[in-house]
Design a protein around this ligand. Structure first.
Ligand code: GLN
Length: 197
């Protein structure tokens, strides 16, 4: 039998456990990442939701900013993780670290602070069944580069996007009990490891 995929989950703040459960349910081995050396030998990496300013601060303190930017495998970011991946974020904290691995600009809490949280059914590219999107103080994707593919949208705004090995959601697929987005990420990881082999 093939070795399970080793997927890191950035574990400085946020909903780490929920991602770990989804990944383990899909057959992956999970490594919690708090230090640069824990990135070694990973097939892919997840940046969870939480608070992007706190995650950014802790990433810097742990000396993880450059190692994360240099990580060459597939990366999946949700909510705050999407903000971290973006090249620009408005309504952020000045100096908040952004990895710039995904060619999008986001607005933090871009669905309004009043309507902090909501759920919506999303049409997922290539799937007949809608996906329940859980949005919690979600970032809104306001700009995207030509290489960024939209896999799901809400009222015309992209909410699940892919650019090559990078996958990102403004909502929380780890909270809705539906493993399809994590499965899709593991598909990207499998494809990349074939290319890299
Ligand atoms: N609003 C949060 C931020 O700016 C993200 C919220 C989330 O990850 N649920 O980081």
């Amino acid at each position: 039998m093939a070795e399970p995929l080793r997927i890191g989950v950035l574990a400085v703040q946020g909903d780490v456990r929920e991602h770990a459960t989804m990944l383990q349910d899909a057959g992956a081995e999970v490594v919690e990442v708090r230090r640069p050396q824990e990135l070694d030998g990973l097939d892919g990496l997840v940046l969870p939701g939480g608070e992007s300013t706190a995650i950014g601060r802790l990433v810097r303190l742990a000396g993880l900013e450059e190692p994360l930017r240099a990580f060459r495998g597939p990366v999946f970011g949700t909510c705050a993780g999407l903000i971290l991946l973006a090249r620009a974020a408005s309504d952020g904290v000045p100096g908040q670290p952004l990895l710039g691995l995904l060619d999008v600009a986001v607005r933090r809490n871009g669905y309004g602070r009043q309507v902090a949280s909501f759920e919506a059914d999303l049409d997922l590219a290539g799937e007949a069944e809608p996906l329940r999107g859980v949005f919690i103080r979600a970032p809104r994707i306001t700009e995207r580069g030509p290489g960024v593919e939209v896999l799901a949208a809400l009222d015309g705004d992209p909410v699940l996007v892919q650019e090559g090995r990078i996958l990102a959601a403004s909502f929380h697929p780890e909270l809705a009990g539906d493993g399809r987005v994590h499965e899709r990420f593991l598909e990207i990881v499998r494809e990349e490891s074939c290319v890299g082999a």
